[in-house]
Design a protein. Structure first.
Length: 168
């Protein structure tokens, strides 16, 4: 087996994009990973969509008596939104869930690298773009990871597996 280098402890996860995928990633990270998540979007509508997604899923769990109202509030407090990169400076892992655009995604990599610690792992949720093209102008191309979430039912499995890998 090969070496993956030293493992890192995850204290916070960043999600770029508050749409359906970004909202789902934020929800699973907070609800299952029990980690704080900061969602960055370009407008309040995207942030509201991400928060609404989590609220709806957690409310379903309250109705089914799987969690308490207090637990729903605790999990919702783990998800914060921002319109800029503030609060992501010390994030260990950032998952982007934005449009499939080969100009946008590499620009996001550069923006993230400019404002974060150099240990950040940048996870692209691309379904069609080559990772080497997204990482082409990165300072740390070895920290760019491709991981696509195909359907929401698999979202939990992929995020918890990824978090487990980075946490252990």
């Amino acid at each position: 087996m090969g070496s993956f280098g030293k493992s890192a402890t995850i204290h916070q996860v960043g999600v770029l994009g508050g749409g359906l995928m970004g909202g789902g990633i934020a929800y699973v990270t907070a609800a299952r990973g029990k980690l704080p998540v900061r969602v960055k979007d370009i407008n309040n509508g995207g942030l509201n969509q991400a928060l609404k997604f989590s609220w709806q899923r957690l409310t379903e769990q309250v109705k089914r008596k799987r969690i308490s109202v207090q637990e729903r509030a605790r999990q919702m407090m783990l998800i914060l939104g921002t319109l800029d990169y503030k609060g992501l400076e010390k994030t260990q892992i950032i998952v982007e869930a934005v449009f499939e655009d080969l100009v946008l995604k590499p620009n996001m990599v550069q923006e993230v690298e400019a404002m974060t610690l150099n240990e950040v792992a940048f996870v692209s949720n691309t379904s069609s773009l080559p990772i080497h093209k997204i990482a082409e102008f990165a300072k740390y191309p070895e920290r760019i990871i491709g991981l696509h979430y195909f359907i929401t039912s698999l979202l939990h499995y992929f995020i918890t597996s990824l978090l487990h890998y980075f946490i252990t």
